[in-house]
Design a protein around this ligand. Structure first.
Ligand code: ADP
Ligand code: MG
Length: 209
């Protein structure tokens, strides 16, 4: 895998597209245990991201990722804006001025993103948040040299993480106000995280990459 700046922008646009397609689904999930805006928040944020990064093909990968993060922080009102925003900003810091990314960088990016979210949200695994999808994926990527096959397994781990959120009590964010009543519902943030990881896998599976 060799992902230059133009390809990175293409991948982020695919992520944005899948978020857009799942807007109503994510909002519906948030209506059960939150305030019914997760899809709206994410779609608004990634629409702004797509516009912001369109002209960045000559910039380094770190700058592009940092721009994604700053755009999410400034356009998304809900908790997910600062959380995903921090994740992308940390990812941008991690890759620095590189103009081309490989599979090892993917681990670097996702590990930095996870640390950013955990730091910003003070969340750990098992609290029904984004962390429940992202951490298992990062653990898989750490288990052996990263390639497309391992990424597929990581996406599967994230999906299992989303399933896992159905059976646990929310300890962070708005859903935590529901206490035990949050059981039985899948977490919107874990779901959007899975959707993004699956989009990245799909983008990298295309023949052109
Ligand atoms: P809000 O809760 O402000 O309406 P969103 O609806 O956009 O924001 O996002 C809700 C999602 O944010 C939750 O489903 C959860 O996954 C995630 N979330 C909330 N608080 C935290 C936290 N402290 N750490 C990690 N993720 C969190
Ligand atoms: Mg919400």
């Amino acid at each position: 895998m060799a992902v230059g700046s133009a390809k990175l922008i293409e991948i982020i646009n695919l992520v944005a597209n899948d978020i857009q397609e799942n807007k109503d689904f994510l909002t519906q999930l948030d209506s059960a245990i939150g305030d019914a805006d997760h899809g709206i928040n994410m779609s608004k944020g990634f629409k702004a991201v797509t516009e912001k990064i369109a002209a960045m093909t000559d910039k380094d990968c770190g700058s592009i990722l940092k721009t994604v993060g700053m755009t999410l922080v400034s356009t998304v009102g809900g908790a997910s804006g600062p959380l995903y925003g921090t994740a992308f900003m940390r990812a941008g810091q991690a890759v620095g001025t590189k103009k081309e990314l490989g599979f090892d960088d993917l681990l670097l990016i996702l590990d930095a993103a996870l640390e950013g979210i955990k730091m910003r949200g003070k969340a750990e695994k098992g609290e029904k948040t984004i962390v429940d999808a992202l951490e298992p994926a990062v653990e898989v990527l750490k288990s052996s040299p990263v390639n497309l096959k391992l990424l597929e397994e990581a996406v599967k781990a994230a999906k299992d993480g989303v399933e896992y959120t159905k059976g646990i009590i929310a300890k962070k964010g708005r859903a935590s106000y529901l206490g035990e009543r949050s059981i039985g519902h899948q977490d919107p943030g874990a779901t959007s995280c899975y959707i993004m990881l699956a989009a990245v896998h799909r983008a990298l599976s295309e023949k052109s990459s």
